[in-house]
Design a protein around this ligand. Structure first.
Ligand SMILES: Nc1ncnc2c1ncn2[C@@H]1O[C@H](COP(=O)(O)OP(=O)(O)OP(=O)(O)O)[C@@H](O)[C@H]1O
Ligand SMILES: [Mg+2]
Length: 331
């Protein structure tokens, strides 16, 4: 549905996007993740026909963003970083204006408007002037203008920025409900958002793609060993040393809680059965035994802090322990 081939964008002598190639299949939700200035917005603006690439080609629904921008725009809803709102219009007036601008026939505008107002939760403020709305509601108006012509492709630049936790939950579930029937690219700095709603994640760093995969597979690419969190009742003073003697265990890390530790074993090994039997045989009570996985945050930090990492590189970190996931589990 979206094909980007060898796209670069230069601003003067500065290269914001460098030889980027990727595809998004119909129904996929792809997250652009990257630090500030990585090139996310630039790539989205090229796809939304807001500016041409310096090199390469971008296609949406089979149409060239440079050669056939009107065809692309008909099929694409774009929420820019700063939504293009007319502050002096009411939400109703603005959506009527945008609906007409996007080619919806006058007779269909009211029903489409009512539908998007319902979808993004603008009901309570639809009669109000946009300039008087809170940031969260203005963001919703931005989403409504992207959705009003019911495009099959959505490009959403940080769609949940500025929303409160309840609104974030609602907008995420809206995006999730649109997935499958729509092809969506969104950018975000909120990593749990990518894990929660995206089928694929693309990590961009300094204008280059450093990784692209499902959130789960990205985690396992960076992971070198299995980790478990173990909590017992009434352990002996030397319980960590005793655990370390069990076959298959690579490391035992203490945590802030004296009755909890993090256990590291080889990738692909599941020691839960052995561990539970061992704990019981030692006379400790077994309170919790949980596998730990690397969070997307760990993966993101790892990939964007290692300049030599490149897509497909077999190199994994020599030391990712103790991981942030472990630290979180331990606190
Ligand atoms: N119009 C412009 N003129 C010159 N440089 C620009 C322009 N727009 C963006 N840049 C530069 O291009 C690079 C990529 O910017 P871009 O806005 O795409 O990053 P981003 O990944 O969206 O960042 P953020 O997370 O902060 O939104 C940055 O170094 C930025 O300063
Ligand atoms: Mg941006």
């Amino acid at each position: 549905m979206i094909t980007v081939q060898h796209v670069s964008k230069h601003y003067g002598r500065h290269t914001a996007v460098h030889d980027v190639t990727f595809h998004v299949r119909k129904g996929d939700v792809l997250a652009f993740l990257g630090p500030n200035g990585a090139g996310k917005t630039t790539t989205m603006r090229i796809l939304a026909c807001f500016m041409p690439p310096s090199d390469g080609t971008a296609h949406v629904a089979g149409f060239d963003c440079l050669e056939q921008p009107m065809e692309v725009k008909r099929r694409l809803g774009y929420l820019p970083e700063t939504p293009p709102l007319y502050q002096e219009l009411t939400v109703n007036e603005y959506l009527t204006f945008v609906g007409r601008l996007k080619g919806i026939t006058p007779s269909r505008v009211p029903s489409r408007k009512a539908q998007v107002i319902e979808q993004v939760g603008l009901g309570p403020v639809h009669h109000r002037v946009i300039g008087h709305l809170s940031k969260g509601y203005r963001q919703r108006v931005g989403l409504a203008q992207a959705l009003i012509h019911d495009p099959p492709v959505l490009i959403l630049d940080e769609p949940t920025v500025g929303l409160d936790p309840n609104q974030i939950r609602e907008i995420r579930s809206l995006i999730k409900s649109l997935s499958g029937s729509h092809t969506i690219i969104l950018s975000t700095h909120v990593l749990p958002e990518a894990t929660a709603i995206c089928t694929r994640v693309m990590i961009i760093h300094q204008g280059r793609i450093v990784a692209e995969d499902s959130p789960e597979r990205l985690s396992s690419r960076v992971r070198q060993s299995e980790k478990l969190s173990l909590t017992v009742k009434q352990p002996s003073a030397d319980w960590l040393d005793r655990l370390g003697t069990l076959p298959g265990i690579l490391n035992v890390f203490p945590t802030a809680q004296p009755d909890t530790c993090t256990i590291e074993c080889q990738l692909g090994q599941d020691l839960r059965d052995d561990l539970s039997r061992f704990v019981v045989s030692q006379g400790y009570g077994l309170l919790e035994l949980t596998p730990l996985s690397l969070s997307l945050e760990d993966v993101f930090l790892y990939l964007t802090q290692r300049e030599e990492f490149s897509e497909g590189s077999p190199t994994a970190p020599a030391q990712v322990t103790p991981s942030r996931a472990d630290e979180r589990a331990a606190t």
